[in-house]
Write a protein that binds this ligand. Structure first.
Ligand SMILES: [Fe+2]
Length: 165
C-alpha cells in the first residue's frame, strides 16, 4: 500500500465521519427537544450533543492538518436524511424506544468509524490523539445507552399504563 493511498482513504474517511457527526448533531438536537418526559435521557443527550459539536471541530482540525476541508454539500444531504429519520420516529407513540435503539446502533457505527480512522492515521504517520478522544466519548455514550435500555422501556411502560388507566 502506498502512503498516498492511505492518505486518500484517511481524508475520505474524515469527510464521511464529518457528515456522520453532522447527522448525529441534527438527530440529537431534535431528540433533546422532545425528551422532556425522560429527563435523564434528555440530560445525557444534551451532554452528547455538546461532545458531538466538539467532535465535528476535531474532524475539521484533522482535515485542515491534511490540507483539506469538509464537503458541506455532502453534509447537507446526509443531515436532511437525518431529519427525515427523526421525523419518522416522531410520529410513533413509542418514539423514545425507537430512538433509543437507533441511537444505540448509531453510536456503534461511530465507534467503528473512529477505530477505522485511527488505523488509517497510524498508516499515514498522523497523530491520532483527537480521534481517540472522540472514540472514548462514543464508547461512553454507547455504554450509557446500553445500560439504560431497560430503564427507558419501563419508564415508557409506566407512562402508557398511567395514560390508559
Ligand atoms: Fe456519538
Amino acid at each position: 500500500m502506498t502512503s498516498q493511498t492511505a492518505r486518500d482513504l484517511f481524508v475520505t474517511g474524515l469527510r464521511n465521519a464529518h457528515a456522520m457527526e453532522r447527522q448525529a448533531e441534527e438527530l440529537m438536537e431534535r431528540q433533546s427537544e422532545r425528551t422532556s418526559d425522560y429527563p435523564e435521557v434528555q440530560v445525557r443527550l444534551r451532554q452528547h450533543l455538546e461532545e458531538t459539536r466538539n467532535q465535528i471541530a476535531r474532524l475539521d482540525q484533522c482535515l485542515e492538518a491534511c490540507g483539506e476541508t469538509a464537503s458541506t454539500l455532502k453534509d447537507a444531504t446526509l443531515s436532511f436524511m437525518g431529519n427525515l429519520a427523526a421525523m419518522g420516529h416522531a410520529v410513533a407513540g413509542d418514539e423514545i424506544l425507537k430512538n433509543t435503539f437507533a441511537n444505540n446502533a448509531f453510536e456503534h457505527y461511530e465507534i467503528a468509524t473512529y477505530k477505522s480512522l485511527i488505523a488509517l492515521a497510524k498508516e499515514c504517520g498522523i497523530d491520532d490523539g483527537l480521534l481517540r478522544q472522540s472514540l472514548r466519548e462514543e464508547e461512553a455514550m454507547a455504554e450509557w445507552i446500553d445500560s439504560h435500555v431497560e430503564d427507558v422501556t419501563l419508564a415508557y411502560l409506566s407512562r402508557e399504563v398511567a395514560e390508559t388507566a
